[in-house]
Design a protein. Structure first.
Length: 149
């Protein structure tokens, strides 16, 4: 019973976290991405986007990939308010960008931006995958050329 007041005073002295962290997972094709959004303090408003420990500009060389990545942030007008860390594995660059975009969108949905994201189609998982090659065919759908005569 004597420890209870000491614990209460220690808890009241502990500083509260001034930022919130949201984590979500996104997938596209064979890529998977774990995305973490950290809300920045009001006075900072300078965000960084890290993918597998590298900067976004270094990891994704194509500008179209970068535009795809920040599209959910632009549609919700939250660019610069969050620091984003993503770890991806599997697939190529396009699949990884799509997986990160879905992860960012799911994190922003938890923050209350569902309407804007749903309208733009950012919360829909793209179900398309590479079709398997069938036996007796050179590719998945390509058949041998047929000659009538």
């Amino acid at each position: 019973m004597s420890l209870l007041p000491a614990v209460r005073s220690a808890l009241s002295v502990a500083p509260a976290r001034s930022f919130s962290t949201i984590t979500s997972i996104g997938r596209r094709k064979t890529s998977q991405a774990k995305v973490t959004l950290t809300k920045l303090p009001e006075q900072q408003y300078w965000s960084e986007i890290k993918v597998n420990g590298m900067g976004m500009e270094d990891y994704f060389v194509r500008i179209s990939d970068r535009d795809t990545l920040i599209a959910p942030l632009l549609s919700t007008s939250t660019l610069g308010q969050y620091s984003i860390t993503a770890s991806t594995r599997g697939g190529g660059t396009t699949g990884q960008v799509g997986a990160i975009r879905l992860g960012i969108s799911r994190c922003l949905e938890k923050e209350g931006y569902r309407g804007e994201l749903k309208g733009e189609g950012f919360l829909t998982r793209d179900p398309r995958r590479v079709e398997r090659k069938k036996p007796g065919r050179p590719k998945a759908r390509k058949g041998k050329q047929w000659v009538k005569r």
